[in-house]
Write a protein that binds this ligand. Structure first.
Ligand SMILES: *Cc1c(COP(=O)(O)O)cnc(C)c1O
Length: 348
């Protein structure tokens, strides 16, 4: 979901962007106007997230999945060890890709609870010699979100923030790399944002694809080839909207209130349940089940008829999942809760 004011603004300037008589999708990415647009988007992201000049901000392509390969290529050698916290489906995919390029050590694994819990902060020790520690602050599919930043004792910390970036303030100075596919909280698909500490540049393996070489892209303002121009433009509009909502503190207030309301309703119900441990619950993705699994299909179908879409759980886990990203207004959560009450009344 994207904020409506953002879509309206994009619509209003779709045919004539900045008075140049062309769409932003038609101008040259190397022209003055677009170069200024990309610089403004980067400046806005730095301002909103509090990113210092010690970090490069890259606008790349290939999604978060591409970064599962780009990270080992840029930050590890074949014989070195990359450490992981395995807390769900996206962690597992990142681990599988990393194994193609380096040694992998999994420090914590919550598969024994079916990924409904998180490792305790003091339950794992990062190896001093590790190339980096990778984790997934918000596991999108099972709705599990870290309430702490893993301590690493100086080893670079790498975070796949695809489904939590811009949802609350983070201290970027604690991270070596933060990356996110844009399509959950930042804009359209086709853009992946990589925020990399500059002291980690210059380590890419020779075989690293040029488009994913952080050092090359940092030196070329992410324009070693044509970037996702529309994605960068739209991210700029989304960041303006986030600023208007009170920045990340404002987003956090709004997201916390939405999530707490939905969890409180589910916990207070005998008909619905959420399998995730209370201290590991996500503000962005709320999975839930009905007591009778046969009611999943009717729930999703009737919700869709009522205008509440995309409520099917991920195909790998079933049940339902409400993704209440930044752009979902509080009224959207209220409408879902009203529908859930009505569904229970008619099917419970
Ligand atoms: C959606 C998602 C991905 C996949 O992103 P793509 O841009 O489709 O590659 C990876 N990690 C997390 C945490 C996600 O939510």
């Amino acid at each position: 979901m994207l904020p409506e004011p953002v879509l309206e603004r994009a619509q209003s300037e779709l045919l004539d962007w900045g008075g140049g008589g062309m769409s932003v999708m038609e101008v040259s990415h190397r022209g003055k106007a677009f170069v200024a647009c990309a610089a403004a988007t980067e400046a806005a992201l730095r301002e909103v997230m509090g990113i210092s000049d010690d970090y490069a901000v890259l606008f790349l392509q290939g999604g978060a999945l591409g970064q599962f390969s780009a990270l080992p290529l840029n930050l590890s050698t074949p014989g070195s060890t990359i450490e992981f916290l395995n807390t769900g489906d996206w962690s597992k995919k990142a681990i599988a890709e990393a194994k193609k390029y380096a040694q992998v050590r999994v420090l914590a694994d919550t598969s024994d609870t079916n990924f409904t819990t998180l490792p305790a902060e003091d339950s794992f020790a990062v190896g001093r010699e590790a190339a980096y520690l990778h984790y997934t602050p918000n596991e999108t599919i099972r709705g599990v979100e870290f309430g702490y930043v893993p301590p690493t004792g100086g080893v670079p910390l790498v975070a796949d923030m695809s489904s939590t970036i811009l949802s609350r303030p983070i201290d970027t100075s604690k991270f070596g790399v933060v990356y996110a596919g844009a399509q959950k909280n930042m804009g359209p698909s086709g853009l992946v944002v990589v925020i990399v500490r500059r002291d980690l540049l210059g380590r890419a393996r020779p075989e690293t694809p040029t488009v994913w070489d952080y050092t090359v892209q940092a030196g070329a303002d992410s324009m070693i080839n044509t970037p996702s121009t529309f994605g960068i433009y739209l991210l700029g509009l989304v960041l303006d909207w986030v600023k208007g909502q009170g920045g990340l503190p404002g987003m956090a207030e709004r997201n916390r209130a939405k999530a707490e309301k939905l969890y409180a309703f589910i916990d207070g119900s005998d008909f619905y349940s959420n399998p995730v441990a209370p201290d590991a619950r996500s503000w962005m993705n709320v999975p839930f089940l009905t007591a009778d699994a046969d009611l999943t299909k009717p729930f999703v179908a009737e919700a869709e008829t009522a205008g509440l879409t995309n409520l099917a759980g991920h195909r790998s886990v079933g049940g339902m999942r409400a993704s209440i990203y930044n752009a979902m207004p509080p009224e959207g959560v209220d409408a879902l809760i009203e529908f859930m009450k009505e569904f229970e009344r008619t099917h419970g």
